[in-house]
Design a protein around this ligand. Structure first.
Ligand SMILES: [Zn+2]
Length: 65
């Protein structure tokens, strides 16, 4: 079962797969709208738990020195 994400623009569920060219957006239009939002600098990215971006965090291990 492939994970789904919400399109940041219209909140439609988008399948997180290679076939979804515009993920996390549902379509090119939504992506362009979102890029436009960036220009206004009033858009905050919600930190979502995507495995692709969180795999690099290792806990510090000073005690093992
Ligand atoms: Zn959308």
């Amino acid at each position: 079962m492939a994970p789904t994400v919400k399109c940041p623009t219209c909140e439609k569920l988008v399948l997180w797969s290679k076939s979804e060219e515009f993920r996390p957006f549902c379509c090119e239009r939504c992506r362009l709208i979102d890029l436009g939002e960036w220009a206004t600098a009033s858009y905050a990215i919600p930190v979502k738990s995507t495995d692709e971006f969180s795999s690099a965090s290792e806990p510090e291990r000073d005690e093992w020195a």
